[in-house]
Design a protein around this ligand. Structure first.
Ligand code: TRP
Length: 348
């Protein structure tokens, strides 16, 4: 219904294939990208840009809700732009930009703050989580973060927002805000849907296979920037299971550590679980762990090398995010102007 009401907005699509659905996703540059990110959603994105008109941005304004080391933040944003390209997001085929380069995000964020209720923000599980983790810095930005995220999304009138399960609630509140606003002023925003992406593999920590691989536990986490020797060390030290059979067999409930390694090996080599079990039959974990390490080294090598090459080519990288910001601003400013007019601000 909403989609139909808002059909007029699709005329704004200047892409050669106007019929393509639009998709937008933000990524917080709050830590290094890792193998779990890659084998999960990231690896599937190059297919998505063929099918959808995709916008990807580095949500640098969002990371300010938690204290950042300024130089490290700057470096991570640029590294992530380079890594996205290195992972196959061709900037000719999608739009890659940095959130703070498009001021309309902050501008619409303020307006939407005024259409977002204290009560609904208080119910956000991520706010409660983060507030309990950073008790010394429960700032207003952390609280109103979902309104900024709603602005990020609604500025571009996307059809879909690909997010992980942890962000579903934020897409829900974005829809609520959009519907509330549209209810007052008419169909200004397209009401987007969460797109829970093809999950790919759910990769667990190498030294704590009960939890997801995460940058907060670096020894159990292989980052896209890790050197081969680091990757090998982490795999050789990977926790395997203390069962008596000591064989390479996929059984996630009984053997979470080994099963995680099998999953990684399968994703890295394209081999099936059965073939892997056969390949390592009669061998202990001692042979298996370095084999997985080597497969991952080879999987990540081209990405790391291409990232390094791109980071050394500052002017190319700049040209990508500047062109991205330019294209993004064009759409964003259109929506913002409409919103300003609707709420009664005087045009400049
Ligand atoms: N909040 C998201 C996260 O932490 C990042 C994000 C910011 C985002 N703005 C967005 C995701 C807009 C999708 C759409 O992962």
């Amino acid at each position: 219904m909403e989609q139909e009401k808002n059909m007029n907005t699709s005329a704004e699509n200047t892409n050669q294939k106007p019929a393509r659905k639009r998709m937008l996703s933000g990524i917080q540059p709050s830590g290094d990208l890792h193998l779990g990110n890659y084998l999960g959603p990231l690896r599937h994105w190059p297919e998505m840009i063929e099918e959808y008109d995709c916008y990807f941005f580095m949500a640098d304004l969002h990371t300010l809700t938690v204290r950042q080391e300024p130089a490290a933040l700057r470096r991570r944003v640029l590294t992530q732009v380079a890594q996205y390209i290195a992972c196959g997001l061709d900037p000719e085929k999608c739009t890659i930009f940095i959130q703070s380069h498009v001021p309309a995000h902050a501008q619409l964020g303020w307006v939407l703050d005024c259409y977002t209720m204290f009560g609904e923000l208080s119910r956000m599980t991520q706010f409660k989580d983060k507030a309990s983790k950073h008790k010394d810095n429960i700032n207003a930005g952390l609280f109103t973060y979902p309104a900024l995220m709603a602005a990020d999304i609604l500025l571009y009138q996307p059809d879909y927002v690909p997010v992980g399960e942890d962000q579903r609630q934020h897409v829900e509140i974005c829809r609520d805000i959009a519907e509330r606003f549209n209810g007052i002023y008419g169909p200004v925003f397209r009401v987007p849907e969460a797109y829970i992406a093809k999950v790919g593999a759910r990769i667990m920590s190498l030294n704590d296979p009960g939890s997801k691989m995460s940058k907060s536990n670096l020894e159990g986490c292989v980052t896209l920037a890790d050197k081969p020797e680091d990757i090998m060390r982490k795999f050789k030290r990977a926790i395997t299971d203390s069962d008596t059979e000591r064989c390479v067999r996929y059984a996630p409930a009984e053997k979470p550590g080994v099963s995680n390694l099998i999953q990684i090996y399968a994703a890295a080599t394209g081999k099936s679980y059965e073939d892997i079990e056969k390949e390592f039959e009669g061998m202990g974990y001692g042979k298996f762990k370095p084999a997985v390490g080597e497969a991952v080294v080879e999987l990540l090598r081209p990405i790391r090398e291409e990232t390094e090459r791109l980071l050394a080519d500052k002017s190319y990288l700049e040209s990508v995010y500047r062109a991205g910001a330019e294209k993004a601003s064009y759409f964003a400013n259109k929506t913002l102007a409409k919103v300003y007019k609707k709420v009664g601000l005087v045009a400049r």
